[in-house]
Design a protein around this ligand. Structure first.
Ligand code: A3P
Length: 293
């Protein structure tokens, strides 16, 4: 397969997007969600893959072992809005899922989510990660992933992040939009990446209680062991080694998996500038992110 050309972001209804996520727009908006669908909604680099795999193992780990070794995770949990030439669209993959529930991933900001998810009262698992580590992870992702615009150098990338000019728009608007919806939509469960790092087992328990699942101790142990950073990095079905658009020799998808790697990237003055700007944009004290654990 030929690599798709790097896209140029443009303003799409007030959100910076690229054609790979807007080309199939009408079909995405017409997506027919079901009441038992589970939507995994995140800003890019928040730990989407991690939580997708946790959900996949919780639902299908013990009943469909073949699936684990033969179908890459991104096919088991389709990326709803993606549409890259010569590959099946995320929408088609989602339509073709034969599992119950269907696990579906999206990076769309709240206002772009297809209406049917709300109409059907589907469950939603939201994952969010602190802005500094998200920015660093997104920068390295841009270097290795041809579906992303060229990231440029770190300092201009960071400025674009602060300006909300990332693909899928402003991190600040995205996390606030989903957080606000959680207050009125009871079927939304919000997970912080930092909490998942600190207490994976406890977060899996909370996720299970949201989903109404009660796995045996043995099943839970299997899920916890399968979703460690090292085992997902080794696992060809979860490390994106099957995806041609990503050049893992430039930067692996499973890169560091840490809280606080931003300290290796931000200069003192970048950090001060970022913190100042952050205070202006993040006024809700209830939505608190940890930049270290
Ligand atoms: P880093 O680039 O900081 O390493 P997403 O799936 O939303 O694109 O997020 C990718 C980020 O989540 C990457 O962060 C990746 O390493 C991290 N990640 C994925 N699986 C993880 C795991 N099992 N434990 C910790 N971090 C994980």
């Amino acid at each position: 397969m030929e690599l798709p050309p790097r896209p140029t972001p443009f303003d799409f209804h007030g959100v910076s997007m690229t054609k790979y996520f807007t080309d199939n727009w009408d079909n995405i908006q017409d997506f027919k969600a079901r009441p038992d669908d589970i939507l995994i909604a995140t800003y890019p680099k928040a730990g989407t893959t991690w939580v997708s795999y946790i959900l996949d193992l919780l639902y299908f780990g013990h009943t469909c072992p073949d699936r684990l070794s033969s179908i890459p995770l991104h096919e088991r949990v389709p990326f709803l809005e993606i549409s890259v030439p010569s590959l099946p669209t995320g929408k088609d993959l989602a339509d073709q899922l034969s599992t119950t529930p269907r696990l579906i991933k999206t990076h769309l900001p709240i206002q772009f989510v297809p209406r049917s998810f709300w109409e059907q009262s589907s469950r939603i698992v939201c994952v969010a990660r602190n802005a500094k580590d998200t920015a660093v992870s997104y920068f390295h992702f841009g270097r290795m992933n041809h579906v992303q615009p060229e990231p440029g150098d770190w300092s201009s990338f960071l400025q674009k992040f602060m300006d909300g000019k990332m693909v899928f728009g402003s991190w600040y608007d995205h996390v606030n939009g989903w957080w606000k919806r959680k207050q009125t939509y009871p079927k939304l469960h919000y997970i912080f990446y930092e909490d998942l790092i600190e207490d994976t087992g406890g977060e899996i328990d909370r996720l299970c209680s949201f989903l109404g699942l009660s796995p045996s101790a043995e099943e839970k142990e299997k899920v916890s062991a399968g979703v460690t950073f090292d085992s997902m990095k080794r696992n060809q079905m979860t490390n994106f080694s099957t995806v041609k658009m990503m050049d893992l020799t430039v930067s692996p998808f499973m890169r560091k998996g840490k809280v606080g790697d931003w300290k290796n990237h931000f200069t003192v003055s970048q950090n001060e500038h970022f913190d100042e700007d952050y205070k202006q944009k993040m006024k809700n004290p209830a939505l608190h992110f940890r930049t270290e654990v």
